[in-house]
Design a protein around this ligand. Sequence first.
Ligand SMILES: NC(=O)c1ccc[n+]([C@@H]2O[C@H](COP(=O)([O-])OP(=O)(O)OC[C@H]3O[C@@H](n4cnc5c(N)ncnc54)[C@H](OP(=O)(O)O)[C@@H]3O)[C@@H](O)[C@H]2O)c1
Length: 337
Amino acid sequence: MSATTTTHMRIVRARAAGGPEVLAVERAAAPVCGPQDVLVAVRLAGVNFADVNTRRGTYGGAPGPRGLGRDVLGEVVEVGECVRRLRPGQRVAGFSTGPAYAELAVAHETLVWAVPGGVADEQAAAFPTVGQAAYHLLVTASRIREGESVLVTAAAGGVGSLVVPLARLLGAGRVVAAAGTTERAGLAGADEALSYDDLGSWDDRGRAAAVDVALDGVGGDARRAALGAIAPGGRLVHFGNSSGDPEELPAPRAQRERGLGVVGFHLEFLRRHGRAALATSADLLLGWLGTGDLTIPVHDVLPLERAGDAHRLLESRTVRGKLLLSVGPVPEVHRGA
Ligand SMILES: NC(=O)c1ccc[n+]([C@@H]2O[C@H](COP(=O)([O-])OP(=O)(O)OC[C@H]3O[C@@H](n4cnc5c(N)ncnc54)[C@H](OP(=O)(O)O)[C@@H]3O)[C@@H](O)[C@H]2O)c1
């Protein structure tokens, strides 16, 4: 199909690396839809901690203005000439290639999935990063077995709040939620809720209840506490560093003595090398969201213009579940002859 000749669109950009105040709505040309891409009129964009890191410049990259966001929910308005799976008019959710905090976003056809009719917009918009990460943390990285116990840090956050119900759907045993405060840990609905302080000072009874698998995307004190809660022969999966503290892992000798498995996880690896696995899990996750077996807590939906406030909230450690940006009406897309 021919190229889009739409005028301009609204997009949120970070004018430079910095705090939430660097985010501003600008006007930009619509992105170009390549042969294997779809162009999506974005209805909702997900806000993830990775976006905060992009805004801060933690992920490196060229200095200067940059777009943000990877999670999109919207309608396909154009498909590239080689696209076979999707067609204009379909409601899709998934990962965009370019910025998702925008009225129009380009995505490779293998990284967005048609959303079944029974799934609400907000649930579909919330699922790409946190749903896929939580699922593959448990299945691909941890290789969780029936009945094994799991601990997750930042349990009230985006990824954490999905690990708890998914662990149950996948047949795990006891699920332990850890968070900055006991109250936040309690929001996750796990079998046990502990602050990092409580977890770090587990007594003998606590240690006897050590877990098979700990999942940590926080680092710092949270990771140290999680490590202390892993049973001999257990596994640690590390997938992020939202605390901003220097990243630490047990020394090789300590790993050997404890029989500890240490696994790193990054969705980007699956986006590059595991697209079939992501498609399978997208089917499962969207299916569970449709039947109501899985529900993603949505903390709030803010308008695109308030992306800076969304980042402030995410950095305040008060969000429960997922934050979304509502993009609103999009400019008409005029296709060339
Ligand atoms: N590797 C991957 O593929 C992948 C995919 C998705 C997410 N992630 C990572 O997983 C982590 C969670 O991502 P998310 O989007 O779901 O975010 P989130 O968990 O909703 O928010 C981050 C959480 O980190 C905790 N935290 C601890 N110290 C913090 C600090 N100084 N500032 C801000 N937060 C702090 C907070 O929970 P408490 O107050 O309870 O500690 C907060 O709720 C992030 O590190 C993210 O980069 C990695």
